[in-house]
Design a binder for this molecule. Sequence first.
Ligand code: CP
Ligand code: NVA
Length: 315
Amino acid sequence: MTSAMPSSSPRHYLQFSDFTAAEYAHIFARALDIKRKFKAFEKYQPLNDRTLAMIFEKASTRTRVSFEAGMYQLGGSFVHLTTEGSQLGRSEPINDSAEVISRRVDLVMIRTFEQTKIEDFAADSRVPVINGLTNEFHPCQILADIFTFIEHRGSIAGKVVAWVGDGNNMANTWLQAADLLGFTVHVSTPNGYEVDEKLAFGGRTARAGCYKIFSNPKEACQGAHLVTTDVWTSMGYEAENEERRKAFANWCVDVDMMAAAQPDALFMHCLPAHRGEEVQAEVIDGPQSVVWDEAENRMHAQKALMEYLLLGRQA
Ligand code: CP
Ligand code: NVA
């Protein structure tokens, strides 16, 4: 084992761009090994006696189950907090919460609304903070998605990923990943729901050719190695539901769009999915879909992430 990261300057995972390409190569390799151990019923508990606090200000199935099960399997335990069930819902300042919670646990995962909220928490946290989804980003999901792509097809560098739908937290995170890992995202969103390049790249100039905008979703899928989408209405935007249903009607990934992609293109969706809205049932339940592997891999990828944040590079 190599040395643990110094607790005085914790490393956080708030956006995909927080790690380098070399760090991702390491984490993907670790995820593969950790997954193999899990499948072989091989005990691997490097986080014995460590505790993860999870703060959910929005609903979750996959994120909660994957972090809870993953932390338990690594030998640690977890604390589950919600807005309503904690003082967060009674206006305790986020910085005070960070001071208090991070003195009792070794890692914190937060699912919340504005990215600034998780950044504020991290600023006063004594331990690493992981973004479990914000309005702006969903890095743990893209970590699992790229790990899934690598498992099925090898390196994602040089490949084309088609994003069809809302320019949301998932889309912003795909842009960051494409910039960092050397692939291209073809983005097609309805007018008024575009990705926020400024937000995704933090004002920096992105790598030339890392993304391309298409007004026609089928054209975005042309030649893609992976086609992916997400709900039309993300958590926190429910008031816009009806308006969005109209605007997104042509942004449903269907068999025609899949036919425009590479013959062996994969289909991914972070889930939960709405068949007949953002994706046709024939696609998500069809042979090119890897959504169940993708969902499973959240756990393996996040175990590698937690190991890395707490213990640094492992052999
Ligand atoms: N994909 C995802 O984050 O799922 P949950 O909202 O169920 O956690
Ligand atoms: N974009 C979706 C992802 C859910 C996992 C949302 O933020 O609700």
